[in-house]
Structure formats: C-alpha cells, structure tokens
Design a protein around this ligand. Structure first.
Ligand code: NDP
Ligand code: RET
Length: 312
C-alpha cells in the first residue's frame, strides 16, 4: 500500500482527495488525511464511512507550524510517505490598500511556506529512496493574476516558481512534482471569498476602487463561479489521475476554459495583451458573461482568433 499524506482535509478538495483515494477498489492507498484542528474532522469521518480506520486515518497538522509538521511526519512509521499532496490553502480578496500586512503574511505563510515546509520535511527521505510523488494544489491564479486577488495570486505564483525549479532537480532522484491548477471550485473557499465580501465595508479605500470591487469584480466573480465552477470531486479525480500516471505532467489545468486566457499571456511577451484582455473582460464585457458558458467560450476564442493564437 502506498502511504499518502494530504494537508487541509477538513473540507473541500482535500477532503474529497482523501476519501477518493481511501475508496480505491484495489486498496492501493493508506491515506493520512491531516487537518490543523481535529475538532473539524466530522465531515471527513462521515464521508469516509467504514473506511475510517481501515484505509483512511486522520492526523493533526498545521502547515504554518514547524513543530506540528515535524510531529506529524515523525509519527508515521519510518517517516515513509510515498505521495505528498499539499492542498491546505486560504484565499484573500479585496483592495490591496485595505489589507493589513499581517493578513498578507498569513496567506504566504499558509499557501507558500506551508507547502515549502511540508516538502522540506518529506523530500529528503523521498530522495534517499529514489522514489516519491509530490502533488501541489496551486491555482490558475498561480499562472495568471486576477484583479483584487493580488496577494493570493502572488502566493500561488511563488509556489509555481519554487516548484518549477525543484521539479527539475528532483527528476534525477526519480521523484516527480506536479502542480494542479484549478479554476473556481465550489467549496467553503468560494463562500469565504464571495459571500464574506458582500457585507464588508472599505473605509480606507477610495470610492472608485470600492465601486470597481463591489460592482464589477464581485458580480464577475459570482458569474465566473457559476459558469466555470467545478466540483471538488472533479479536482480529486484529476489528482488521482496525476498520482496514477507513469509520467505525470508538471502543469495540470483542471478547467479547459482557462487555456485560452493563459494562451493570451504566453502569446505576447510584452504582457499587454493579457492585461488588456482582463481589463476588457472585467470592465466592458462582464455583463455578457451571465448569458452563459457559450458566450465566455466565444469571447475567449474570439480573442484568440483576433490575435491569431492557436488553442493548442
Ligand atoms: N475553491 C477554489 O475555487 C479553488 C481552490 N484552490 C486551492 O485548493 C486548495 C483547497 O481549497 P478548498 O478545498 O477550495 O477550500 P476549503 O476552504 O474548503 O479548504 C481549505 C482547507 O485548508 C485548510 N487549512 C487552512 N489553513 C491551514 C493550516 N494552517 N494548516 C492546515 N490546514 C489549513 C482548511 O482547514 P480549516 O478547516 O482548519 O480552516 C481546509 O481544510 C487551496 O490551496 C486553494 O488555494 C485552487 C483553485 C481554486
Ligand atoms: C476570469 C475573470 C475574472 C474572475 C476570475 C475569478 C474570480 C477566478 C477565480 C479563481 C479562483 C477562485 C481560483 C482559486 O484559486 C474576472 C476578474 C471577474 C473578470 C475577468 C475574467
């Protein structure tokens, strides 16, 4: 049985990855589903049903604490982990000028250093054994910045840069490192990101910026979740296929509708094309989006035709 350690399993994507691997018909996985607060384990335990204590085990791990990470890894037999899935993460939206530095630090501490901390702890044993697989739940925002998500995107960009370097180094040790880059996924993350923002006041921010955030970005984000939103199950299946692939890819975008948006970025080295396209989508074309998916497809492929970009 392969030992899999997953972070952030109290809800959402981490919970689904843990349960899906534990449910494997061939019982190939011994899943250590970790979370920072064991009082939040009920949903996971319920979803695991009979598999709890058989193929799925719960352990405490706070990705922001050196001590917690060491304690958890040391509690595993021979510290042997075949597959590490870094999933724990938090979002942060809003006008940058209103976000306190300690909130920004917390996002980096969780999303970037949280993953780095786990990788540092687990990677030396994988290198020694010349075997191992690391899967990092990044985001499309690790490849493409989105207005009003600057700090979150920066934390995921940092993760992409860190892992791109490491992936090349690890190849000579037969350890693979893969990123998953989901677009919007319906989890508690969405609720925290959108619902929590509706009532919030922004006293220290100029009225134009508050207007752009409230009346352009937030409705746009709601539409994007409605039109493009995937389920945690979808991301869990994709994670499973990365785990099972003989030669897993480094980038794994889970939502094909994002490929044209990213193509814009790589098609124009000045970066102007993608900044302008995002500007248009946010401020000019957004009202069209709620007409539905076909319109979004038409718009993104329309941009590509206009600038003669191939979808592949
Ligand atoms: N939902 C989306 O639209 C997208 C999400 N992602 C990424 O997917 C990952 C999972 O998010 P998702 O399932 O959607 O959101 P959820 O909010 O449902 O899950 C996030 C998980 O991370 C845990 N977590 C937060 N901080 C820590 C910490 N310090 N130590 C350990 N665990 C922690 C949370 O635990 P607790 O319950 O204790 O807060 C929770 O279990 C994140 O990395 C996110 O950035 C990427 C693209 C899109
Ligand atoms: C694409 C796009 C938008 C919003 C995208 C959002 C909200 C994406 C959310 C992605 C998530 C949640 C990733 C998690 O890691 C805008 C700015 C509304 C308009 C321009 C096009």
């Amino acid at each position: 049985m392969k030992v899999v350690l997953i972070t952030g399993c109290s809800s959402g994507i981490g919970l689904r990855i843990a349960v899906m691997l534990a449910e494997d018909e061939k019982q190939r996985y011994h899943v250590i589903a970790t979370m920072r607060d064991l009082k939040r384990k009920d949903n996971l335990v319920k979803a695991a049903g009979d598999l709890y204590g058989k193929t799925l085990f719960v352990a405490e791990l706070d990705v922001c604490s050196d001590e917690s990470v060491k304690q958890c890894i040391n509690s595993i037999k021979d510290r042997h982990i075949d597959i590490l899935s870094n999933n724990a993460g938090i979002g942060l939206v809003g006008p940058v000028e209103s976000i306190p530095m300690d909130e920004m630090n917390n996002v980096f501490e969780t999303n970037f250093y949280g993953s780095v901390r786990l990788i540092k702890e687990v990677m030396p044993d994988m290198k020694n054994r010349r075997a191992g697989r690391i899967i990092v739940i990044s985001s499309v925002m690790g490849l493409q910045g989105v207005a009003f998500n600057e700090v979150y995107a920066a934390s995921k960009f940092a993760l992409e840069g860190f892992c791109e370097g490491l992936a090349a180094q690890l190849l000579s040790f037969n350890v693979t490192l893969s990123m998953l880059e989901p677009g919007p996924v319906h989890t508690e993350f969405e609720l925290k990101m959108i619902q929590g923002m509706k009532e919030k006041e922004w006293p220290s921010v100029d009225p134009d910026t508050v207007n752009y955030f409230r009346n352009f970005y937030l409705p746009g984000a709601v539409d994007i979740f409605e039109i493009l939103g995937q389920t945690p199950d979808h991301i869990a299946k994709r994670t499973m296929s990365v785990i099972e692939a003989s030669n897993p890819h480094f980038h794994n975008l889970t939502n094909p509708l994002y490929s044209p948006i990213l193509a814009l970025k790589y098609a124009d080295e000045t970066g102007c094309l993608s900044v302008q396209a995002f500007y248009c989508m946010l401020f000019t074309l957004r009202p069209l989006m709620n007409v539905g998916m076909p319109v979004l497809k038409y718009l993104t492929f329309g941009f590509m035709r206009k600038w003669r970009i191939s979808p592949n």
